[in-house]
Ligand binder design. Sequence first.
Ligand code: ZN
Length: 72
Amino acid sequence: MGRLILIGLAIFAVFLVLRRIRWPQGHGLDRKSRRFESTVRCVRCGAYVARRHAETCDDGPVCRIHATDPER
Ligand SMILES: [Zn+2]
């Protein structure tokens, strides 16, 4: 009886190890492709733009439209 429980635990342990090996690969790729990009708010029009697309002026971050034409 004790041996049966031991075999059951061994199978369960192998199952857990296999699951741990499989999961990070599939989910790791998914997580890398879905990259988080921080945004900033344009001080002129209030639009949210990706930080790498935003320009910075004296008042703060601005979108491309207001960076090229501040009078708009
Ligand atoms: Zn703007």
